[in-house]
Design a protein around this ligand. Structure first.
Ligand code: HEC
Length: 503
C-alpha cells in the first residue's frame, strides 16, 4: 500500500515540485560556496543570505552548470579525495530548477544556520607566526617577478611542522610562494638589507637545506597526515620563493606565515615525485602557435614500496589536461588524478581520502597537454605564438607531483636516489634533443669541434676556446701541449655535465 503512494509523489518531484531557497538551496550554497564567498575571504562577493544568492541567481545557475564554481578541477578518479567540493548532478539540477521557478525563498524558519567558519587563519591560531622583515614593492606593470625573501625563525631547537599557512597582504599580485629552510647560512650571506636573497635550495641533494611545501592562489591549507611532519632544524632561516604577477596597480607585499607544529617527531618520511621533473624544464616543451594538443609524457618506476597521500598539478595558461595513472605490478591500472579543464587560477593540492599502497615496481605515468590555439579562452596571446618552457606566466610549465610516504625512511631515500637519476636521464635527453635540433645530430664533442675548431686541426687552441673554457684551460690541458684534443674536451665536458649521460 505504502509503495503505491510513493511512486506518484516522486513523479511530481521530478516534474515541478517547488524548489525553495531555505530548504533546498541554502544547504548547498552554505556548505559549498560560503567558505570563500563570505566577508574577508578570496571571492569578490558574499553568498551568505537569500538576498545575496537571489541577486546573482542567473550567474550562479550558469557557473554551477558549467562547473566553473565551486572551483575543483579534478574529475572523479579511482580514489576519493578529501573535502571534494564538486556538486552532484542532483544539486546542480536543483539550482537550475530554483532559478527557473523564479527563486522563491520558502519558509524562513527552515533556513539552516551558516557553518562556523574560522576567522583569519584557516587552521586556527598558528603555534608560530613570522613575517617578511621588509615590505616588497610590486610595480603596477611589467613582467612577472621572482624574489626570494629570508625570514629568520630564531629557533633554539628543532621543530616539527604539520602545516605552513601563508597569508599575502596583497593577494592580487602574489601568484605563488614556495617555502624552504636553510641552515648553511648561504641565504643570509647573499641577502641584502631588504631581506631579499639570491639563494634557493631547490636541489633535494643539498645538505643543510630542505623544503616546506608551498602556497598558490586557490589552494586549501591542510595539516600533513597524522604520522608525517617536516623537520626544521634549530638555527634554520625560512626562505620564501615568491612569484609576483603585476596587477595594473602598484602594491606592497608583506607576507605573514603561520607554522603549525607538533611535539611528536614524525614516525615516517615522505617525498614528492614530480613527473616530468623540474616542472617540465627538461621535457622539450616547445608549443607551436595554433597547436591544440601538445602533449608531454613521463614515466617513473617505483624502486621501493610506497603509499601515496596527495597529488597536485602545475601548468600555466595554456595547460589543458593533466593526469597521472599507476600501473601496478599485477597489471591493473588506476587513475590517480585526471584534470581535464586545467585553470591557472586554481592550483589545488588534492589529498587522498585514504593512503594508496604503491608496491615496488609500480609504474607512474604522467601526461600533460597544452592548448595553444586561438580557441583556448585562457590563451594570453592572440593570435597565438610559439611558446616554450620558462618561468614567466606567459611561458609554459607542466608537471604533476605525487606525495608519497613509506613505513621506513630507507624506502623514501631509495625513491629519492632513483629520482635524482631520473632527472639526470631527463637532462641527458634534453641535451641530445638540443644537439639534434640545433646541430642536426652528432655527439657533444663533435658539435663542439664543429663550432670552435676554426683552423680545423682537430685541436682547440687557447684563441679558439669559448669563454667558459678559458679560465680553466690549463687545468684541462693535461698533456701540457698548449691545446685541447678530443680526449681533453671530453673530460672537461664530463666535469661540466656531472652525472649526465651525454651523447
Ligand atoms: C575556493 C573558493 C571558492 C568557492 C568554494 C566558491 N567560489 Fe565562487 N568565486 C571564488 C573566487 C575567488 C571568485 C572570483 C574569481 C573568479 O571568478 O575566478 C569567484 C567567482 C564566482 C562567481 C562570479 C563568476 C563570474 O563569471 O563573474 C560566481 C557566480 C560564483 N563564484 C559562485 C559560486 C558558487 C555558486 C559557489 C558554490 C557552488 C562558489 N562560487 C564556490 C571563489 C570560490
Amino acid at each position: 500500500m505504502k509503495r503505491l503512494l510513493i511512486i506518484p509523489l516522486l513523479a511530481t518531484a521530478a516534474n515541478a515540485a517547488p524548489v525553495e531557497f531555505t530548504t533546498h538551496i541554502a544547504p548547498i550554497i552554505f556548505r559549498n560556496c560560503a567558505v570563500c564567498h563570505r566577508v574577508g575571504e578570496a571571492a569578490p562577493f558574499t553568498l551568505t543570505s537569500y538576498d545575496d544568492v537571489k541577486k546573482r541567481a542567473k550567474l550562479i545557475a550558469k557557473v554551477t552548470h558549467d562547473r566553473v564554481m565551486p572551483p575543483w578541477h579534478a574529475d572523479k578518479s579511482d580514489f576519493a579525495f578529501l573535502d571534494d567540493r564538486r556538486l552532484t548532478p542532483q544539486q546542480i539540477d536543483l539550482i537550475q530548477q530554483w532559478v527557473a521557478q523564479g527563486t522563491p525563498e520558502g519558509d524562513r524558519a527552515k533556513q539552516p544556520a551558516l557553518p562556523k567558519f574560522p576567522q583569519g587563519w584557516q587552521l586556527g591560531k598558528p603555534d608560530m607566526i613570522v613575517k617578511m622583515t621588509h615590505a616588497y614593492s610590486v610595480p603596477a606593470e611589467g613582467r612577472d617577478i621572482y624574489r626570494n625573501f629570508i625570514v629568520p625563525l630564531n629557533l633554539n631547537e628543532d621543530i616539527y611542522v604539520k602545516a605552513v599557512e601563508f597569508r599575502p597582504s596583497s593577494p592580487s599580485v602574489v601568484h605563488h610562494s614556495l617555502f624552504f629552510w636553510d641552515t648553511t647560512g648561504a641565504a643570509r650571506r647573499s641577502a641584502n638589507a631588504s631581506g631579499i636573497t639570491r639563494f634557493t635550495p631547490m636541489q633535494r641533494e643539498n645538505k643543510g637545506t630542505g623544503q616546506l611545501g608551498g602556497w598558490a592562489l586557490g589552494a586549501t591549507v591542510r595539516l600533513l597526515p597524522e604520522d608525517l611532519a617536516f623537520l626544521v632544524p634549530k638555527g634554520a632561516d625560512l626562505i620564501l620563493a615568491t612569484h609576483f604577477h603585476p596587477s595594473g596597480k602598484a602594491e606592497e607585499e608583506t607576507s605573514t606565515i603561520g607554522l603549525y607544529l607538533t611535539k611528536e617527531p614524525p614516525k615516517r618520511a615522505f617525498t614528492g615525485i614530480q613527473l616530468p621533473p623540474a616542472f617540465g624544464a627538461l621535457a622539450g616543451v616547445d608549443i607551436p602557435a595554433g597547436e591544440k594538443e601538445f602533449t608531454v609524457t613521463d614515466s617513473f618506476v617505483l624502486t621501493s614500496d610506497a603509499e601515496a597521500f596527495g597529488i597536485s598539478g602545475h601548468a600555466h595558461y595554456l595547460g589543458k589536461k593533466l593526469s597521472m595513472t599507476a600501473l601496478f605490478p599485477d597489471g591493473s591500472k588506476k587513475n590517480l588524478v585526471s584534470i581535464n579543464d586545467w585553470d591557472f587560477a586554481w592550483q589545488e593540492q588534492y589529498t587522498f581520502d585514504k593512503k594508496i599502497p604503491l608496491p615496488k615496481g609500480t609504474r607512474l605515468d604522467a601526461r600533460v597537454t597544452w592548448d595553444n590555439s586561438a580557441t583556448n579562452p585562457h590563451n594570453p596571446t592572440n593570435p597565438p605564438k610559439r611558446i616554450r618552457w620558462g618561468p614567466q606566466s606567459e611561458d609554459e610549465m607542466g608537471s604533476l607531483t605525487l606525495l608519497v610516504t613509506a613505513p621506513d625512511k630507507s624506502n623514501i631515500e631509495e625513491i629519492n636516489r632513483a629520482q635524482v637519476q631520473h632527472v639526470r636521464d631527463a637532462g641527458s635527453a634534453a641535451i641530445a634533443r638540443l644537439l639534434q635540433d640545433r646541430n642536426g645530430g652528432g655527439t657533444l664533442v663533435s658539435v663542439f669541434f664543429k663550432n670552435n675548431d676554426k683552423n680545423g686541426n682537430g685541436k682547440i687552441e687557447r684563441e679558439e676556446a669559448p669563454r667558459w673554457l678559458v679560465a680553466s684551460f690549463d687545468q684541462h690541458d693535461t698533456n701540457k701541449d698548449g691545446a685541447l684534443d678530443e680526449k681533453e674536451i671530453q673530460a672537461a665536458q664530463a666535469k661540466l655535465f656531472q652525472g649526465l649521460r651525454v651523447p
